[in-house]
Design a protein around this ligand. Structure first.
Ligand code: TYD
Length: 217
């Protein structure tokens, strides 16, 4: 039997996963990464905030208990800074090398959490995002959609980071923000995150395969 050809991309492809806390997007990002890897795609998996030495330091400031509260303006700039570092160090080189980059959270997290959650102007935050990311925008974004009570129930009893301790009212604002973003940007694909992880993963893979087929042409 002829050996299957290693799949190749004609250009870099950038895929992001988004969702509220407890949506299961980290699991979905990993499952998609593993299945593409098995098929031989040149794929890498990254997460935000973090992913480089400098960005991991910023992650620690952002998510751990600090000796003083992180001011909302400092918070948004730190997320954007962490991302700018990840883009220069990892995302740009990988896209240039025609890889498929999967990132667990990206610019939409900043709009959902810092604009819709914290109350900064969404249009301004989207502009800041474009600037901070040097216009490196995702080709495809999976918004793993679970209602806030489901997300909170999944997190119950687990260690919560600084943002996750904000509670239900905050998560609801973030959730509504994601839906607004999904209405605005065609690249955002809403995936029902309530079935089992493997069922969700299968649907995500179907959308990804269709995208890759189109991208080959
Ligand atoms: P993380 O441990 O990656 O959580 P999760 O597994 O839920 O993604 O922590 C990321 C936290 O940071 C999460 O609560 C969302 C928040 N966040 C923002 O508020 N703004 C951002 O721009 C990003 C990237 C994350």
């Amino acid at each position: 039997m002829a050996k299957k050809k290693t799949p190749r991309l004609v250009r870099g492809v950038f895929v992001t996963f988004e969702g509220i806390d407890g949506s299961g997007k980290t699991t979905q990002a990993r499952l998609l990464y593993e299945s593409l890897k098995r098929e031989g795609w040149p794929v890498i998996l990254l997460r935000e905030p973090g992913g480089t030495r400098v960005a991991e330091k910023l992650r620690r400031i952002l998510l751990q208990e600090e000796t003083e509260p992180v001011a909302p303006r400092a918070e948004i700039l730190l997320y954007v800074a962490s991302r700018a570092q990840l883009i220069e160090q990892k995302i740009k080189p990988a896209l240039k090398a025609k890889k498929l980059v999967i990132c667990d959270r990206y610019i939409d997290s900043t709009t959902a959490y810092q604009a819709y959650g914290r109350g900064f102007d969404p249009l301004w935050v989207e502009r800041l995002n474009r600037w901070g990311s040097s216009e490196v925008l995702p080709d495809l974004t999976f918004f793993i959609d679970v209602p806030v009570p489901v997300g909170l129930a999944r997190k119950k009893g687990k260690h919560l980071d600084r943002l996750e301790r904000e509670g239900e009212h905050f998560e609801k604002k973030v959730y509504r923000g994601y839906h607004r973003l999904a209405k605005k940007h065609r690249r955002i694909c809403i995936m029902d995150g309530t079935p089992t992880p493997l069922e969700v993963a299968e649907k995500v893979k179907t959308v990804m395969d269709a995208y890759l087929k189109r991208a080959e042409k």
